[in-house]
Ligand binder design. Sequence first.
Ligand code: ZN
Length: 466
Amino acid sequence: MSAANYLRALLACAVFGGLLGVSSCAFDGTIKPVAAAPATGSPQTPATSPASADAEDEAAPTAGPEFVSAAKAIREASAVEAAFADIESQRERNNQWLIALNEIPAPPFREAERAADLVRRFETLGVSDVRIDEIGNVIAIRPGTVGQRTVAIVAHMDTVFPADTDVTVHRDGDVFTAPGIGDNTRGLVVMLALADALQKHDISTRDTLMFVGSVGEEGLGDLRGVRHLFGEGKRKIDSFIAIDGGQISRLVYAGVGSNRYRVTFKGPGGHSYGAFGRGHPHQALAAAIAGFTERATPITRSPGARATFSVGMIGGGTSINSIPFESWMEVDMRSTDPRRLDALDAAFKSSIDVALAEENARRTIGDALEVEVEPVGRRPAGQGERTGTLVRRAIAAIELLGGEPELEASSTDANIPIWLGVPAVTIGRGGISRNSHAPDESWEDKDSHLAIQLALLLVLLEAGEG
Ligand SMILES: [Zn+2]
């Protein structure tokens, strides 16, 4: 599908899907009817976005007394008490897991080796139903005593680093340095340690737990692993907890959506003097950037959720004395509000159309310029439920462990469920993460047991006693 058709289809889907009330918008922009709400087997439908609000300006919600007392009751149960002590004593074992997992490379689109290792680890812990799905996610199911609902616990396996990166871990006391060590090998360790605590202390839950090592969270992976989890014919997920952040006080409840494009203006090119008058791709590109900046700025400045745009890369050209035959740019737009993202997208599209038409009208000789607009990333936005049950349970659990919850919007695997209206948060992986996405990335084991205890508390609050 062309970029223009994609956008039109998506827009039509968003508008008419809501009117029809019977459809869901797939990521390819098609409209799919939903069967009469079976428990499993149908794709989950996106939520209509709540009214635009500047979430960052609101006061942090509180957990509320019922969730505070529920968290305390769970914390005081004898099995949980024992599990908490055990988690604290397993620091060194967890750090050995961290080193071993990190040293299995997981570059974008090549997570398979790490996935195979993760499967073995879940099996060793005694989680029996473990497999790798069609797209490469590791799925480990721990059945609930009732099992009508499913709570997903998700940590991404992929890193941003290319295949030839040295991922050897250098350890200096409690500081571990290696690409990907914090983001998100440590997230995987928290997930495994949580599964271990539940297994070892025989803590059952009412709802089924679905542990997921996801693929494609980073960059051009474009959340493909979690998109797949919510696709057609998949197990219905009722609640979603991602482990992919820094300290335990940080709670992500909203998804920053992004639209990303690579745009290329193309023409015949030629000699700067001899072919003067031909359509000029750089001039068209410059006009498109100027036009986009002009149209997008009022959108970003109007009151409401944060919205941003950036032309991150530009390139093209042959020499100083040539009219280039192509000129390209890469563009990124973000917001937690899907409507603002749509508005930026529309401003972007019309800026390109106008710039192309103007440059073609200006030329006096030669063929008309053409433009190619290639979508290279599309992460759905979602403003999340700041005062939703899952968020308040997470606040209660963080506070019980001595943290001061900071509610944030970010771009994580949770974007997909938030967009779909499925309760979802991203919690921290603990310790101290430094220089994420950089070759000298490091993670420090400081009070790191708290993140595993937080994951355990939140899962028990959300999935209920078995
Ligand atoms: Zn991450």
